[in-house]
Every structure is written in C-alpha cells, then in structure tokens.
Ligand binder design. Structure first.
Ligand SMILES: NC(=O)c1ccc[n+]([C@@H]2O[C@H](COP(=O)([O-])OP(=O)(O)OC[C@H]3O[C@@H](n4cnc5c(N)ncnc54)[C@H](OP(=O)(O)O)[C@@H]3O)[C@@H](O)[C@H]2O)c1
Length: 343
C-alpha cells in the first residue's frame, strides 16, 4: 500500500530528507512550497551530496500553499515539518489545519530546539507526534537547489510527555512507538543508515544535548561579529566561553529531565576538539540567518531552555546573558529596518 508523506517546510533539511524518502518503493512524497514554488514546480529539487551523488527529486505533488494541499484531499500518513521553528513569528502548526486525518496522520517534527512540539500537541491533542533531531548539514543555495554538505544522522522518538516508559503502555503510546519505528525504517530504506529510533525520554536528552552545541555556537557566532565555529573553538577566550555554556546546559539537563545523560553523548571537550579540527569554515545557522537579515531561532534554542529550567527552579545565567543581548540586538535591527534607528 502506498505511503503518503507531505513535507511542510521544503527547504534544506525538509527537501533533503524528502529526497531520500522518495527513493523507497511505495512511498510518495509531496511538498508544500513557499518562495521556491516556481522553481520546484518547474524542475523539482536538484540535490548534490557527497554521499548520494547528484540527483533530481521530483515530488509526487508540489503545492503552492497549504490551501492547495487541503483541496487535494489526500490521506497523509506522515506530515514532516521542517520549517525554522520561530514561535515568536508564526505558529506553523496552523498550516496542518485540514490536512490531519484524526487517528491516522502522524506529525514528524524535524527542527532544532526545545519545546517545538508544544504548538502541535495543543492543536492536535490526539495526534501521534514524532520528535526528531538531525545533525545533517545542508543548505538551499538557490530555490530548489539543495546542497547536502555532510552527516545524515537523524534521531527520532515518539513525543509522549508523561509516559513512564515502563510496561503497560496505553494504546496511544503503542501506536506512537510503532509509527516511530516504521518511520525510522523508511528513512533507512531511503539510505539514511544512521536514522536512530529512540524512546520519548532519550530523544528529549538528545534535544538537550544538541542545545549544548546550538546555544553555545549559534549566538556566540553572531555576538562575536561573525565568527565561524572553528574560529571560536580555536580562540583562547571563546573556547572557555563555549565550554562554560555547554557545561551549563549539560548540568541543567539531568536536573530538568530527572535522569543523567547517557555516557556515550559527546562531552564539551570532545565537541570542541572536533570543532577545532573542522576547518571547513562552517557557520552556525543563526549567523547565516543574521547575515541574511532573517529571524533567528532564538526562542527554541535560548528562550525555551531558560524558561523550562526556571520552571524547575534553575537559572541558566550564561544562556540568559546571550538571550538578553541577542534578543535586543534583533529588536534593534528590526526597528532600524523600519526606519526607527536610534543611531
Ligand atoms: N540546515 C541545516 O544544516 C540544519 C541542520 C540541523 C538542523 N536544522 C534545523 O532544521 C530546521 C529547518 O532548517 P533548514 O535549514 O532546513 O531551514 P530552511 O532551509 O530555511 O527551510 C525552511 C523551509 O520552510 C519553508 N517555510 C517556512 N514557513 C512556511 C510556510 N508557512 N509555508 C510553507 N513553507 C514554509 C521556507 O520557505 P521560505 O524559503 O519561503 O521561507 C523554507 O523553504 C530548523 O529547525 C533548523 O534549525 C537545520
């Protein structure tokens, strides 16, 4: 039987994973486009990858907007969301209105940050939600042109807050776990050998661990005036600054989650050592967004971890400093754009 997958947020990450899922027999992958609609509807996506070579991915259907997708009246098995998570700008769960089949469609969130699941749980309380973290590096270099740079790993778990993970799972939990397993199998069949199946609890640990990297590298790259990851990790003062943030996040995570992080997760020293060796000149996404004048994922990478920690009586002073400074810098920049510059 055909499996229908819809991609919401067909940019770098969404189109890359879509192009892999589309390789699987009996899987049909469609996309809702926005600014890349004209290019994708004419030529599909052109993908280049050091692992998979160069190929064209033509979606089964290419929609110009969510309304067109609703009108197509398709029963989606999975809706993969890979927009930038910008809850301060838009509630993207709204896009899924009219696309979800109750008791059938599962939402797969492939986004960085913490708390990205909340708007989807609120809007679709009975839906199966899968939460995914990827370390893949990819970019949409021009509309419909996807450059996969390196890595493919994606970690996915069913989002089941409140679940004990113990025996005696209820029907909803069983369904979400099976759906998660199936989606990981599809990714593997599409050539993503390191698609990893996680429990709810462990996936949230992965999210916190990725925050250690994102919350240190991303804002520091912007606030230091445009540094690459490597430049920061090899700078004598910034090294200790980055390590301090990573330590703060990794000390906070077990207190919030109520369980230690797995020993196999990379330590701040190991992350920084590998960043020192990586001389490819890669810049964190927040810096790329800042340079483009686009909104940065400030709330899910900095604001939410700070707020979640506070709910547990914990302050994160290093993160709070970065958040306060960058949020204000962003606000000042927005005002300058609107001609309200204080300069
Ligand atoms: N890129 C990476 O290497 C990487 C690595 C790990 C994790 N991530 C995470 O993955 C997520 C996606 O990042 P990305 O780099 O793939 O971002 P991206 O290239 O900017 O792609 C996001 C896509 O979503 C589309 N979109 C946004 N709102 C939409 C709407 N209302 N309707 C239809 N389309 C909409 C955008 O369209 P427009 O172009 O019109 O705005 C864009 O095509 C983020 O959470 C990011 O942090 C990215």
């Amino acid at each position: 039987m055909t499996i229908n997958i819809l991609i919401v947020g067909a940019g770098a990450i969404g189109a890359f994973y879509a192009s892999r899922l589309a390789q699987v027999p009996d899987v049909q992958v469609s996309v809702i486009c926005r600014s890349n609609y004209k290019a994708v509807s004419s030529n599909g996506f052109s993908v280049t990858s050091p692992k998979y070579g160069s190929y064209t991915f033509t979606p089964d259907r290419t929609f110009a907007n969510p309304k067109e997708a609703v009108a197509a009246n398709i029963t989606w098995d999975y809706i993969l969301v890979s927009t930038k998570a910008l809850p301060d700008v838009s509630d993207d769960s709204e896009i899924l209105n009219g696309l979800m089949r109750d008791g059938h469609t599962a939402v797969v969130l492939v986004q960085n940050g913490l708390g990205v699941e909340d708007p989807y749980v609120k809007r679709f309380p009975s839906a199966t939600i899968l939460s995914a973290v990827t370390i893949t590096s990819a970019a949409q270099t021009s509309p419909g042109v996807i450059k996969h740079n390196r890595w493919t790993r994606i970690s996915i778990g069913p989002y089941l807050p409140g679940s004990t993970g113990a025996t005696g799972k209820n029907e909803k939990e069983e369904k979400a776990i099976n759906c998660n397993k199936k989606f990981v199998e599809l990714l593997k069949a599409g050539g993503i050998a390191d698609a990893e199946e996680y429990s709810h609890a462990k996936l949230q640990m992965v999210r916190w661990h990725k925050i250690a990297i994102n919350a240190s590298m991303n804002p520091s790259a912007v606030l230091s005036g445009g540094s690459t990851n490597n430049e920061m990790a090899t700078d004598s003062e910034l090294y200790w600054h980055l390590k301090g943030i990573m330590d703060e996040v990794l000390d906070t995570a077990p207190k919030v989650l109520g369980t230690p992080l797995p020993k196999e997760f990379a330590t701040p020293e190991a992350i920084l050592k590998s960043t020192q060796k990586n001389t490819s000149g890669s810049k964190p996404s927040m810096l790329l967004d800042w340079e483009k004048g686009s909104k940065m994922e400030l709330e899910v990478i900095l604001g939410n971890p700070i707020r979640i920690a506070r709910e547990h009586g914990i302050e994160m002073p290093r993160l709070q400093t970065l958040y306060a400074l960058l949020r204000k810098a962003d606000e000042n920049r927005e005002q300058a754009k609107q001609g309200k510059s204080k300069l």
